[in-house]
Design a binder for this molecule. Structure first.
Ligand code: GAR
Length: 217
């Protein structure tokens, strides 16, 4: 059974989606937050999942926080460390420690709109398509190679909340699919080249997953 540790900072709806649709062969062993008041911790506790809080405010530097966080994570011997709305910039040392097994979801079609306020920026830019990306994490913020993306249309009357809700619904479908492909060994990060490699016979399925979610919702 592969061990999954999920990191959250707040609501935790992506974590909840991952727990509810946890891929066969994997188990969410722990949910760890940098904020004690993260609402998602209550859901994890209610599911009987181990929780922990490593509060970034308790540490004098990013390096010290990341070292404590890694210690908390490594107690669960994770095969996969899954960032689900974990709103901290991570040090290169932390990222390299988990190279090839550290995933993130970002609410945009990367490389468009890295960073914060992605929905407002998509509306301001007037794009027709917006969405979400699951990617392997590299030291560059929101810069790691995409595993799967889901696109949604931007509609004429959209405001930030309406667009965010449309994207979030797809995030909840996308992240379990992407994690499942990782757990099954269908996709991996080639750490030497920094590129994502799909098993050749899974490419068709991956393409379908990538293109279909918004249209099938
Ligand atoms: C999600 O939309 C996720 O994509 C985003 O934060 C939200 C967390 O919601 N993550 C980022 O912006 C990371 N750069 P959740 O706590 O309900 O999953």
């Amino acid at each position: 059974m592969q061990s999954v540790v999920i990191l959250i900072s707040g609501r935790g709806s992506n974590m909840e989606a991952l727990v509810r649709a946890c891929p066969a062969g994997a188990q969410v062993r722990a949910v760890i937050s940098n904020r004690a008041d993260a609402a998602g911790l209550d859901f994890a506790r209610a599911q009987g999942i181990a929780t922990d809080v490593v509060a970034h405010r308790d540490f004098p530097s990013r390096e010290a926080f990341d070292a404590a966080l890694a210690q908390a994570i490594d107690r669960f011997a994770p095969d996969w460390v899954v960032l689900a709305g974990f709103m901290r910039v991570l040090t290169a040392g932390f990222v390299e420690h988990y190279a090839g097994r550290l995933l993130n979801i970002h609410p945009s079609l990367l490389p468009a709109f890295p960073g914060l306020d992605t929905h407002a920026r998509a509306l301001a830019a007037g794009v027709c398509l917006h969405g979400a990306t699951v990617h392997f994490v590299t030291p560059e913020l929101d810069g790691g190679p995409p595993i799967m993306q889901a696109a949604v249309p931007v509609l004429p009357d959209d405001d930030e909340d309406a667009l965010a809700a449309r994207v979030l619904a797809q995030e909840h479908r996308l992240y379990p699919q992407a994690l499942a492909a990782c757990v099954r060994g269908e996709v991996r990060l080639d750490v030497a080249t920094g590129r994502v490699q799909w098993q050749a016979d899974r490419l068709a399925a991956a393409d379908a997953a990538l293109l279909a979610p918004p249209l099938r919702a």
